[in-house]
Design a protein around this ligand. Structure first.
Ligand code: CO
Length: 154
């Protein structure tokens, strides 16, 4: 009698876990972006699907030119913050590899890479508001005009 009561309790506990599980469910979504020697990304838009908890951005420089000449990175920020970040990226007192240091406006970024290299960055989707206005761009001097895209958060 005691053991059957326990097992009923155990079963309802297991059932409760299944009900709770979807909200604890972690899912890493992978985004892939390329940059090339023509100073272009291969995508104008990246989309973070709704059901992701984490986002893994894989960035690949598919060109041959070195970092010092045709360096690329991916910087993600609110679209309204990009102009200010671009200005600070050019300031050697504030930036390292054209990334302003300790800058809270930057939501995520890869390192600066040259041809044949790649870099991956993983970040939490919870830092982004669904439907918010976000962009990604390359902070290498003179590149953002050509290398900018929209980050859509579902
Ligand atoms: Co670039």
């Amino acid at each position: 009698m005691l053991s059957s009561r326990l097992s009923v309790r155990t079963l309802s506990f297991v059932a409760a876990l299944f009900l709770v599980a979807p909200s604890l469910y972690a899912k890493t979504c992978e985004l892939v972006l390329q940059g090339n020697d023509q100073m272009k990304y291969d995508k104008k838009e990246l989309v973070i699907p709704k059901d992701c908890s984490d986002v893994k951005l894989v960035f690949k420089h598919v060109g041959k030119m070195p970092k010092a000449v045709m360096g690329h990175n991916v910087v993600i920020a609110k679209t309204t913050d990009i102009s200010g970040i671009r200005t600070d990226a050019m300031n050697p007192k504030k930036a390292k590899d054209y990334i302003p240091q300790n800058d809270k406006r930057i939501l995520a970024h890869t390192k600066l890479i040259g041809g044949g290299e790649s870099d991956t960055v993983t970040f939490k989707k919870s830092a982004y508001k669904p439907g918010g206005d976000y962009s990604f761009f390359c902070s290498f001097p003179g590149h953002a005009g050509m290398m900018t895209g929209k980050l859509v958060v579902k």
